[in-house]
Design a protein around this ligand. Structure first.
Ligand code: 5GP
Length: 186
């Protein structure tokens, strides 16, 4: 069925459907549950892009995990990372002895997560792992390799399922490639 909503009209195409995302998150949840069994797990949501993925992934992890939030920013209103990572707000809970799982929406250059991972590894936590919904390895500028990845994608600017362009499209239930006419109009 053709989707005529304004959100979908701004896409070149839907890249990953909500059904594909849900199925993959179930698999990730099972793997993470197995890997962190008997460990003190804290899942860390990187705001704002990961919030939808985080909420769905958490409910597929069958462990008494703690949660916390960090707000980071490397993009302004564009489609290219600025390369400068700003921490808007940090963790509110003690990480001592905990196994930290950073939950990210997408890894692009890898700068954001390399920066955060290095910072967290400098604490008294037990370990730091990364789970990303999407990975664009062709764009990598660091040696960061996610421990858990939902989907590897080509180099395209995607929105939906939490990912934004200029704070919009986060509520799109699927992941789609944003039509370049949307950002070239600005
Ligand atoms: P990195 O530091 O890996 O270059 O960038 C990571 C951040 O850039 C992500 O958390 C996300 O906010 C943003 N980002 C990277 N690629 C995309 C993309 O294709 N679409 C959107 N909406 N954000 C992206």
């Amino acid at each position: 069925m053709e989707n005529t909503s304004k959100l979908y009209q701004d896409l070149d195409c839907v890249l990953i459907t909500r059904e594909q995302i849900a199925a993959r998150i179930k698999e990730l949840g099972k793997t993470i549950t197995r890997d962190f069994a008997d460990k003190s797990l804290m899942c860390i949501c990187i705001l704002k892009g990961s919030v939808v993925f985080f909420a769905d992934l958490l409910r597929e992890i069958d462990l008494p995990a703690e949660i916390d939030f960090i707000s980071l920013s490397s993009y302004g209103a564009g489609t290219e990372s600025s390369g400068t990572i700003t921490e808007r707000s940090g963790l509110s809970r003690d990480v001592t002895g905990k196994h930290l799982l950073i939950v990210e929406d997408i890894v692009d250059s890898g700068r954001t997560l390399s920066h955060l991972k290095a910072k967290l590894m400098n604490t008294d936590c037990a370990s730091v792992s990364v789970c990303t919904l999407l990975d664009k390895p062709s764009r990598r500028k660091t040696d960061l390799v996610p421990d858990y990845c939902g989907f590897t994608i080509e180099d395209a600017f995607v929105v939906g399922y939490g990912l934004d362009y200029d704070e919009k499209y986060r509520n799109l239930p699927d992941v789609g490639i944003l039509s370049p006419r949307i950002y070239s109009e600005v």
